[in-house]
Ligand binder design. Structure first.
Ligand code: BV8
Length: 229
């Protein structure tokens, strides 16, 4: 197998599970306890902003108690040692990749530690709780500060950058994602069309394992270091 010259990695909630961050679709996942329509759509936010702000405030506060794990750290070693093109795309809104040291990183679904002003579009780093009285530091508007999170029905961030990287990739690795959410679930097909080697690293085979040329099963803290080191 020739050495890759361009790597794209997609991570999902599964890479953070062993750090203590809940995933979405397993038995006690986030969407098992909260209806995504109420909490992760613009309509849900418009209908009950305080409820949605509190849902994200709780998840943002929980970041203080979690740390990157061996899988996040292995991806940092790969990024630093690899001479070719490297892009880590995460669906996750936690900050564990950057906390581990990842830099060539793109949060396609946004970040808990960022706020978006619905009035002027300004994005700011945000660690405190958001309320319906939070004020934008740029346009001074009160009550339009929302989580900088891509909800269902909203366009994920930097899609052009992602598709350009997939078109050049010769290695695509998906880690800890169930492949339920689009357009992220389609990235493996884009990489396949570019002729890339495609590998799924997951605790267990998923509903989209068949789209990959290879599947490695096990906990991310074991199989990611074993694969990248
Ligand atoms: C959009 C932010 C278009 C919120 C999230 C077809 C094409 C395009 C779109 C659609 C389509 N069909 C339907 C749609 C619409 C929709 C969609 O995909 N719906 C699904 C449910 C059918 N998509 C959208 O709305 C997207 N936007 O398409 O816009 C557009 C076009 C023009 C103009 C405007 C818009 C936006 C989707 C983003 C929604 N936001 N999150 C938040 O985080 O609070 S989605 C949510 O799911 C998270 O972001 C999460 O990251 C993401 C994916 O979930 P996973 O990360 O995979 O997590 P999951 O729990 O599912 O799986 C965990 C995996 O880990 C499992 O496989 C498990 O086995 C594994 N695991 C567990 N433990 C471990 C492990 N693996 C290894 N080790 C372990 N220890």
């Amino acid at each position: 197998m020739p050495r890759p010259t361009s790597i794209v990695i997609l991570t999902g909630a599964g890479i953070s599970v062993e750090s203590g961050v809940a995933s979405f679709r397993d038995r006690n996942g986030i969407w098992a306890k909260h209806d995504w329509r109420d909490y992760a759509t613009p309509e849900g936010y418009a209908h009950h902003p305080a409820r949605v702000l509190n849902f994200y405030n709780k998840r943002r506060r929980a970041l203080a108690d979690v740390r990157p794990n061996a899988a996040h750290e292995a991806l940092v070693r790969l990024e630093k040692s690899f001479e070719g093109e490297f892009l880590l795309v995460t669906q996750n809104v936690d900050n564990l990749h950057e906390a581990a040291g990842s830099r060539k990183l793109l949060h396609m679904h946004g970040e808990l530690n960022s706020a978006l002003c619905g009035a002027c579009g300004m994005r700011t780093v945000w660690h405190a709780d958001m309320t319906i009285n939070s004020q934008c530091s740029s346009c001074q508007t009160v009550g339009r500060i929302r989580p900088d999170i891509v909800w269902f029905g909203e366009m994920p961030y930097q899609m052009d950058t992602i598709y350009r990287a997939l078109a050049r990739a010769d290695l695509f690795i998906a880690i800890g994602t169930s492949g339920n959410v689009y357009p992220a679930a389609d990235f493996v097909n884009e990489a396949q069309m570019a002729g890339a080697r495609t590998v799924e690293l997951n605790l267990e085979p998923t509903g989209y394992t068949s789209a990959f040329a290879e599947q490695i099963a096990g906990p991310a803290t074991e199989i990611v270091p074993a694969f990248v080191d």
